[in-house]
Design a protein around this ligand. Structure first.
Ligand code: C2O
Ligand code: CU
Ligand code: CU
Length: 511
């Protein structure tokens, strides 16, 4: 199946990105607009602004400058962490702490890391539980959340289970769910007590995002690219100081001009002339990417948040919002050795370099892989017996982001859900005037989109999802059925800046 360019643009319009041309960026995110997250979010001194005459020139290009110079460093492809095999479990030790790493050539950057690493990789297998012993050596609390994981509440990273500095906690992930690209990120929530104040937006920004790649027999039976031809790509934005310091300003998320892929600034990646499976993950706090290969090479989308799609979908550009994952297969086989293909984001801001990374075709290779016309049927989640509505809006009066007119309160249960009962959630984005996108991410279970503005989802949204973005004025409905585990679970917008400003709720699943 192919999608025409016109339809693609129409699809982008649905996501509020109709104006997403290389030089303009989506309207909602233009620095001069009253952007998401309160007045005055735009920062002075936009990158790329021509220097005023008479201003002294800088001497040498700083690491921060070279960070925006694309394709000077190789992509880091993480090797999976080696578990101990213990009584049918994979046992990992994860220490969270500060680490000094070289992200920009010639500079040292202090990050918050798992085991000293930026973007590490854990590989897991369906039916084989993972046990993690986590030691928190940070000076802020940490709550480990497996995004997309179907797991008991006590391992879900609820803020009430935060590991305080020095604490040791155990996490047990059953891995009784479909193969999918999941990720492991901080979910602590500020309590406002002095130095103990922490929030997940900052910790994720500073590096606490690991890839958790779950495989299973069903997927292995398909002839998809695998092994070294199956590559996780955590894509995010960042802002660096001249000395390589990672700068964090919660209100400054429109000025994060450096793109990192697995921690490498706009890297190049040497590939063989064959098919690759690229697991695209947006681990940014707030940035939207509209990814495409600059030379027009189509990408075949094969999976979304919850794993394989029912059928592959062709795309020239892939919209990827914070928290989302999209797996694509890209075929370099008709590229001569020596050629280069740039992955760029069509949603970059004015003055930004749109380049994300470059694929350098350096050798021939045999390619037994293929993409079957049918992948994996989506499970039947049943007929909804209950409707819930979630209205998302920013309140300019208070500077808070609200779900149904409320900000998050850990001591309030917003509603109860019965395990096994199918619900229909309607998510409405009321921020037409402010032009702010929002998303919805419930913990515990994946969902299926029923319709977007009354129209059934296209092939790229036909599989299981766990995070869905709703453009200003849009309405998305999805069916969800929570199963297996009772307790308190969060649901929230995945623009981390919005979460920090209240856009989260708490449900209790009951029998
Ligand atoms: Cu990735 Cu509650 O989040
Ligand atoms: Cu999650
Ligand atoms: Cu939001």
């Amino acid at each position: 199946m192919t999608i025409s360019r016109r339809r693609l643009v129409a699809g982008a319009a649905v996501l509020g990105t109709a104006t997403a041309l290389p030089a303009s960026g989506p309207a909602w995110a233009r620095p001069q607009s009253p952007g998401p997250g309160a007045a005055g979010t735009g920062r002075p001194g936009k990158p790329g602004k021509p220097r005023k005459p008479g201003k002294p020139r800088k001497k040498a290009p700083s690491p921060a400058t070279s960070a925006t110079e694309p394709f000077t460093v190789p992509l880091t492809v993480p090797r999976p962490l080696r578990p101990l095999r213990l009584a049918g479990h994979d046992f990992h030790r994860l220490t969270t702490g500060e680490a000094d790493v070289e992200l920009l050539p010639g500079a040292t950057t202090r990050i918050r890391a798992y085991n000293g690493l930026m973007s590490p990789l854990i590989k897991a297998r369906r039916g084989r539980p993972v046990l993690i012993r986590q030691v928190n050596r940070l000076d802020v609390p940490f709550a480990m959340h497996l995004h997309g994981g179907h797991i008991p509440q006590r391992y879900d990273g609820h803020p009430m289970h935060q590991a305080e500095p020095g604490d040791v906690r155990y996490y047990h992930y059953p891995n009784e769910q479909r193969a999918a690209t999941l990720w492991l990120h901080d979910h602590s929530h500020g309590t406002g007590h002095g130095h103990h104040h922490s929030d997940s937006a900052e910790s994720i920004y500073r590096g606490l995002a690991a890839t958790y790649l779950l495989t299973d027999d069903f997927e292995d039976a398909l002839p998809l690219p695998r092994g070294r031809y199956d590559v996780p790509l955590q894509i995010r934005d960042a802002r660096f100081g001249d000395d390589g310091t990672l700068l964090y300003d919660p209100q400054g998320f429109l000025d994060r001009p450096t793109f990192l892929v697995n921690g490498s600034p706009r890297p190049y990646f040497e590939v063989a002339a064959r098919k690759y499976r690229l697991r695209l993950m947006n681990t940014s706090n707030d940035r939207f990417f509209l990814l495409r290969l600059r030379d027009g090479t189509p990408m075949t989308q094969i999976a979304s948040d919850g794993g394989l799609l029912p059928a592959p979908a062709q795309a020239w550009a892939v919209p990827l919002w914070p928290g989302e994952r999209i797996d694509v297969v890209v075929d370099f086989s008709d590229r001569p050795v020596g050629s280069q293909v740039v992955l760029e984001s069509l949603a970059s801001f004015p003055g930004e370099t749109p380049d994300v990374m470059r694929f350098d075709v350096v050798r021939e290779a045999r390619d037994p892989s293929s993409v079957p016309g049918e992948l994996r049927p989506a499970p039947d989640l049943g007929t909804p017996v209950l409707e819930r509505e979630f209205r998302m809006r920013f309140d300019p009066e208070t500077g808070r982001h609200l779900i149904n007119e409320r900000v998050f309160d850990m001591n309030r249960v917003d509603f109860r859900s019965r395990l096994g009962e199918t619900e229909a959630w309607t998510v409405v984005n009321d921020d037409v005037e402010m032009n702010i996108p929002h998303s919805m991410h419930p913990h515990l279970s994946h969902f299926r989109i029923l319709d977007r503005n009354g129209r059934p989802p296209g092939p790229a949204e036909a599989g299981l999802k766990d995070t869905v973005t709703v453009a200003p004025g849009e309405t998305v409905r999805f069916a969800v059925r929570f199963t297996d585990y009772t307790g308190l679970f969060m649901y929230h917008c995945h623009m981390m800046n919005h979460v920090a400003m209240g856009m989260m709720g708490q449900m209790e699943t009951v029998r």
